[in-house]
Design a protein around this ligand. Sequence first.
Ligand code: 13P
Length: 257
Amino acid sequence: MTRRMLIAGNWKMNGLQGNRQEIDALTSLLGGHAPDSLDVLICPPATLLADLGRDCAPGGIKTGGQDCHFADCGAHTGDVSALMLKDAGADYVIVGHSERRADHHEDNALVKLKAEAGLRAGLDVIVCVGETLIEREDGRAADVVKSQLLGSLPDGASAQNCIIAYEPVWAIGTGKVAGLHDIAQMHAHIRAVLGENGGAELAQARVLYGGSVKPGNAKDIFVLDDVDGGLIGGASLKAADFAAIVDAALTVVNHNP
Ligand code: 13P
């Protein structure tokens, strides 16, 4: 089974109406339409989701939310449900990003509930895992990622509806990329854990790398065996950078059709 590459942009808490022009720029840099052979996704802040969904659709670019509540609706002031994201045109939702785990004290059990809400709403879920620098230096990275995976994966996860994003916390927004060997090793580990716990089908889930992916390093990362694309923060905000990262993925796909 060939896994389809996914290049996902996470705009985080960035983006006002004026930034919608980045989508027009991105679409034209991609030659008018995202390549047929891979998936291109933008996860804007919730306030822009509906507008961006309309901007992205003609160019075949998908949209997703950055987080959701675990409930479908109710008295949860300020929260956004997965159903609302779906209603605003999203196809995906990110859950368990390390910034949410840190800023909002989200633990694996909560991330799992959020992922299950995403699946109930018909979204594909991107479950984020990744160790801190201390955990890596202590030699605990593989164990930490394993327990995050086992604790956060939703019931009903499959290779079709669930994507893993490996984002070492110390590589996010720092310009420090994990070494290629470390990325390859961790992605193989993630795939093994998926296989041990979800069987051969789940082991074919897409595993993205995130953490300071830029046009200059994207191809070297995407060419690694168990890497099926990237979750891009800073470099997704500029159409030229993001388009160059999509091009890097396309080169890899065309080389291994
Ligand atoms: P950067 O690409 O800015 O390091 O962010 C990665 C990330 O957190 C994507 O979710």
